[in-house]
Design a protein around this ligand. Structure first.
Ligand code: CP
Ligand code: NVA
Length: 301
């Protein structure tokens, strides 16, 4: 695997390999077994948006694998003053062993990868968040023992998380439902792909989507970069909340996932969040183990 740019690029077999390695690294960390698989390697982390989990899990992950990570705020790079992405790619390829980038446009990430001779990992764009979805899949497998026969339901904005979860859910063989309001649907090509590659429904009815679900996922109504549209998004999404009533439609033992940060009282109630905080913070922890697996797959080759 050279790059991780979007979930669509991964085969089902590659997803399983990443999750198996992440499970192994998690277990070995518990046993204090260290693998310096990336000794002497450097990851550059370009951030054009804020981050807690992605930044810290990649930085700690590199450290635990024997390498090092550089935080590069894009506003402080010449990239932020208009240096072309292809020149940034060619220069950074001479210094680093891999790049992780969090930015707005998926196209920018694709261009960075096209002009880099080193692996590029997508740490979130407006289009998708593959690293998060791999951690979500790892968490689902931990709690449910596998993916077979499961129904994954996403409720909320048809954003980067929705796009990536739909693809990840279908690629791992789950039934997938998404409840999103008109004007907040997932990307059209994701819907088309999901409908033709698996068991997928998109609806504007949350209860229909949640019916008999094993996993309920949600995300913020207002993603980074959408602040100017906040009021209209809140209006559109106000009924797309993960609450006790919605969970009554799901299976009794359904787990609830949230990539965080969570906005209680909006996409999820405080009581549902606390009741399911076990799996939600396991999901956050799993970012570290999955990031390490992705780094090894992309860089250790
Ligand atoms: N879930 C996630 O990506 O969190 P951060 O924005 O804190 O990195
Ligand atoms: N959809 C959110 C995810 C944050 C991890 C955003 O893009 O801001």
């Amino acid at each position: 695997m050279k790059n991780l740019l979007k979930m669509m690029d991964l085969t089902s077999g590659e997803i399983t390999e990443i999750l198996d390695l992440a499970d192994k690294l998690k277990q070995e960390k518990k046993e204090s077994i260290q693998h310096h698989l990336l000794k002497g390697k450097t990851l550059g982390m370009i951030f054009n948006k804020p981050s807690t989990r992605t930044r810290v899990s990649f930085e700690v992950g590199m450290y635990e694998l024997g390498g090092t990570a550089l935080y590069l705020n894009s506003k402080e790079l010449q990239l932020g003053r208009g240096e072309p992405i292809e020149d940034t790619a060619r220069v950074l390829s001479r210094y680093l062993d891999a790049i992780m980038i969090r930015t707005f446009s998926q196209q920018e990430v694709e261009e960075l990868a096209a002009h880099s001779t080193i692996p590029v990992i997508n740490g979130l764009t407006d289009y998708c968040h593959p690293c998060q979805v791999l951690a979500d899949l790892m968490t689902i497998r931990e709690y449910k023992g596998g993916f077979e026969g499961l129904k994954l339901c996403y409720v909320g904005s048809g954003n980067n998380m929705a796009n990536a979860l739909i693809v990840g859910g279908i690629k791992t063989g789950m039934e997938v439902s998404a409840a999103c309001p008109g004007g907040c649907e997932p990307a059209l090509e994701i819907i088309d792909w999901a409908e033709s590659h698996g068991d997928f429904i998109l609806t504007d009815n949350c209860r229909e989507a949640a019916r008999d679900a094993d996993v309920i996922c949600t995300d913020t109504w207002i993603s980074m970069g959408q602040e100017a549209e906040a009021a209209s998004l809140v209006e559109k999404l106000k009924n797309y909340q993960v609450n006790e009533e919605l969970l009554e439609a799901a299976k009794k033992d359904a787990i609830v996932l949230h990539c965080l940060p969570a906005y209680r009282g909006r996409e999820i109630t405080a009581s549902v969040f606390e009741k399911h905080s076990g799996e939600i913070f396991d999901e956050a922890e799993n970012r570290l183990h999955v990031q390490k697996a992705v780094l090894v797959k992309c860089m250790a080759g």
